[in-house]
Each structure stands twice: as C-alpha cells, then as structure tokens.
Design a protein around this ligand. Structure first.
Ligand code: 5GP
Ligand code: MN
Length: 342
C-alpha cells in the first residue's frame, strides 16, 4: 500500500520510463510490458519498451510492437542511453537482474527508481517499488490490478486489454493451470468488458503456425519424445541441427514441453534445446514436485513450482545425461499423483 501511494505520486508528473522483461519474451512478458506502456503513455509519460532479445512472430500483433527496442539487435547503445536517462524502470515478469545479462547490469547501475511487477519465486531485492505475488497467475494480472489500484481503470482501452488478456490466457495455459482462480476470471471478465476480443487474441496466438512448425512438432512427438514410466518422467532433446532442418524460428519450441507433460501418469516433463549461447531447458511438473527448486539446484534456473526453466553450458548430450543421472534420487517424489485428479 505504501508502495502504491509512492508510485502514484511518482507517476503524477510526466516521467521518462523504460520497461523491460525477460529474454525471449512470451505473451505474458510482452503483453504486460506493452499493456503497461500503453497505459503509461496515456498518462503522459515518455515510454520505451526494451526487450533483451527478439520474441515470437505470433506476438507482433500487439499494439506498440513496432516501437519495441530489441537490445541485442544492434540497439545496445541506444538502450543503454535510455536506461541511464530513465527516471523509472519497470521490470516485468522476471525478478533477478542477472537473468537479462548485460541489460540487467545497466539497469542495476542506473539511477532511476525500479518498479518490479512479477510472479516468479525468489525475487532479488533491487526495486524501489515492488508488486510481487506468486499467487498471481500471470504478471499481466498484476499489471491490471496495479492500474485499477492506481485509480486508472478507465484508461484501459481495447489494445491494453488485449495485451493483458494474452498474458493471462497463455500463463494459465488457457485457464487450465492450478494458478487459475476466481479472481483470474473476474479480471478477464473485466478485460472483455473493456474491449478484449478473446477469439481474436486466441486465433492470433495459437493459430498462427507455419507449416514447418507443425512438421517440427510432428517430428518431435514421433522421434524425440522419451518416456520413463518408472520415473513418471517424459523429455525431449532437440539439437541445433534439428532446429535448422525444420527452419525453426523464435517461439517454435514454445509449448512443446506441455505435450510431454500430457502423457498419462507423467509428473515431470523436460525439454532440452541446443541454442547458440547454451542449452536452454524447460521443466514442467504436476503436483508437489517443484521444478523451480530442481532448476535452481541443478541448471542455474528457477521460475514457478510447476513451470520453470534453466540452462547448461555443457553439451546437449552431457546436459541430458546429467538430467537422467539425477532422476533416480527423486524417484520417491516423482510417484504418480493421479489420485489427486480422480
Ligand atoms: P519456459 O520453460 O516457458 O521458458 O519458462 C517457464 C517459466 O520459468 C517461465 O515463467 C519463465 O519465466 C521461467 N524461467 C525460464 N527460464 C528461466 C531461468 O533461466 N531462470 C529463471 N529464474 N526462470 C526461468
Ligand atoms: Mn509470467
């Protein structure tokens, strides 16, 4: 509450604002950022959204997309000037500055007050204003709540509503994950009343596949999906060469890990993808098994209890081997949680 009044005061005069989010932004990261940007611009602030990297083409429809500065696409100097000059820096959908590498260090050094809005576990203590809740299904839900709490619900237009709706829809797995609450639906109901077209947003995000992406999905499911019934674990290991073969683009592997999790009886699912900078890993779980803890303990990562990520600087094969050798010690925790859902 103290933070809210202080932030309200800070936003009462025009400010130079930078908004940033995590690398390879997903719909929640980008939707929160562009929703927040749209709102702050309407309040008369001068706002730039800086993303550490590019993001999938199925997010390009969002209003404000063409003004986004992608840090690692030759915009390092421009972005570092904006960060140094900013009066307020919003960090959305991530909460550890090291996760955005060089941009994170620039932000740490910048004199601006930082505003953290996030729902990941274990945030770093760097923000002057913090709106953080792991109970929130998505950062977009927190952004909506913040705008409402600041007394500005009337400023949420169709564009802002659709960006926020996209974040909530995807981070809840289309309102299926346990994080989906009565409040989530109330927020979404309000976003619809403010102009969000749910059919349009879901078509733009989910039905925007290239033929190659679908062929790649077919390949991954038929050739790459491994299942270890005794350990209730399913996983896929995808090499750079395989990504190349299917002309894979940013975002094409998003959601793949959920297919592994959908196998009956699976408690832990993992996806290993060989990227130029490192092996990127996605973890998902059902029930009590904390993939956030698992990613933190073994793969330099973190996230949420049932959805987390990490990375490895070892080769793809060594990374997968490490994972497979770790599993037996978790055997008891990986026992089937099927009864919960009957
Ligand atoms: P995804 O598997 O979709 O990339 O990520 C799943 C969740 O874990 C997301 O909420 C994402 O922000 C978080 N996450 C992914 N990679 C990392 C990481 O390296 N570190 C941390 N702390 N969180 C991550
Ligand atoms: Mn999120």
């Amino acid at each position: 509450m103290q933070d809210l009044q202080a932030l309200k005061q800070a936003l009462s005069t025009p400010k130079k604002v930078v908004i940033t989010t995590h690398p390879k932004p997903d719909a929640d990261a980008l939707g929160s950022s562009l929703g927040m940007a749209g709102y702050l611009k309407k309040k008369g602030h001068s706002v730039t959204v800086v993303t550490p990297t590019d993001y999938p083409g199925f997010l390009h429809w969002m209003s404000g997309n063409t003004d986004v500065l992608v840090f690692n696409e030759g915009n390092e100097e421009k972005a570092s000037g904006l960060v140094a000059d900013a009066e307020l820096i919003f960090c959305l959908d991530f909460s550890v500055l090291s996760r955005i590498y060089e941009l994170g260090e620039l932000i740490r050094k910048a004199p601006a007050d930082k505003v953290l809005i996030d729902h990941h576990l274990e945030p770093e203590d760097f923000a002057r204003y913090s709106f953080w809740s792991t109970a929130a299904a998505s950062t977009a839900e927190l952004v909506y709540q913040l705008i409402v709490d600041l007394g500005d619900r009337h400023l949420i237009d169709k564009n802002i509503a659709e960006a926020l709706y996209a974040g909530i829809m995807t981070d809840t797995g289309s309102f299926k994950h346990p994080s989906t609450t009565e409040l989530t639906h109330k927020v979404v109901a309000d976003l619809i009343s403010l102009g969000a077209d749910v059919h349009r947003v879901s078509k733009l995000i989910y039905d925007n596949n290239s033929l190659e992406k679908l062929r790649f999905l077919g390949f991954a499911l038929s050739e790459k999906l491994q299942y270890l019934p005794e350990l209730h674990t399913a996983y896929m290991v995808i090499s750079a060469e395989e990504l190349d073969k299917f002309k894979s683009r940013t975002g094409d592997t998003e959601g793949l890990v959920n297919f592994a999790l959908s196998i009956e009886g699976v408690v832990l699912a993992a996806l290993f993808v060989e990227r130029p900078e490192a092996v990127k890993i996605s973890f998902r779980s059902i029930g009590d098994f904390s993939v956030s803890q698992f990613a933190k303990d073994h793969f330099e990562g973190g996230g949420h209890k049932n959805a987390a990520g990490g990375k490895s600087d070892m080769s793809l094969e060594e990374t997968a081997d490490k994972f497979l050798h770790l599993l037996p010690q978790y055997k008891d925790q990986l026992q089937e949680k099927k009864l919960i859902y009957q």
